[in-house]
Design a protein around this ligand. Structure first.
Ligand SMILES: [Zn+2]
Length: 188
């Protein structure tokens, strides 16, 4: 497959996913479907400034969305102080040379416009962009592949922006009694 075709397919897939996400949100909030309805939410004053500290890069996977927000806001104490980019597979398309430039261009705005000084990349196990856990053959292979990809992403980011601090996490679903929780492991 040619480079241009690959990038075009990736862009179309990204748009479809965003559209699907919007459609799903509408279907679960009937009031939003009323034409011309005005919806107003409050903005924390701390967020009304021209820059922020950190850019988060996560996968789009809905299973981790709420946990990611809690992790960023509560655990890392970065509420109202971060940009957040969700892309399928987190850094999967970033380390792919054929789609890297497209993804990199999205990161660049956060660096140049919001003057971030840190990037936090969060990847997760059983990611559809990799074909799910089954595609790896073993739990160890999955762990080592994703950790290796995270480290490649860090190297690429630091190569482009040497002053950035880049922190890596691998998250996974873990059974805890009757509930399922998300475990975040910091990757060195
Ligand atoms: Zn994923």
């Amino acid at each position: 497959m040619g480079k241009n075709v690959t990038i075009t397919c990736f862009t179309i897939a990204l748009c479809l996913i965003i559209f699907a996400g919007c459609a799903t949100t509408k279907s679960t909030s009937p009031d939003v479907l009323v034409d011309n309805q005005q919806i107003i939410t409050a903005v924390n004053e701390a967020a009304l400034r021209s820059d922020c500290d950190t850019l988060f890069i996560t996968c789009i996977d809905y299973r981790y969305a709420a946990a990611n927000q809690d992790f960023i806001n509560e655990t890392l104490k970065l509420k109202d102080n971060y940009d957040h980019i969700s892309i399928p597979g987190s850094i999967y398309n970033f380390i792919n040379p054929e789609t890297r430039d497209l993804v990199f261009s999205k990161f660049a705005l956060s660096v140049s416009l919001h003057l971030i000084n840190r990037v936090v990349v969060i990847s997760h196990k059983d990611c559809g962009a990799y074909g799910g856990s089954v595609s790896f053959g073993s739990e160890l292979s999955e762990y080592e592949t994703i950790c290796s990809d995270l480290r490649k992403a860090r190297a690429l980011l630091i190569e482009k922006y040497p002053t950035l601090e880049v922190t890596l996490f691998l998250e996974s679903l873990q059974q805890d009694g009757d509930t399922v929780k998300v475990n975040f492991e910091k990757i060195l």
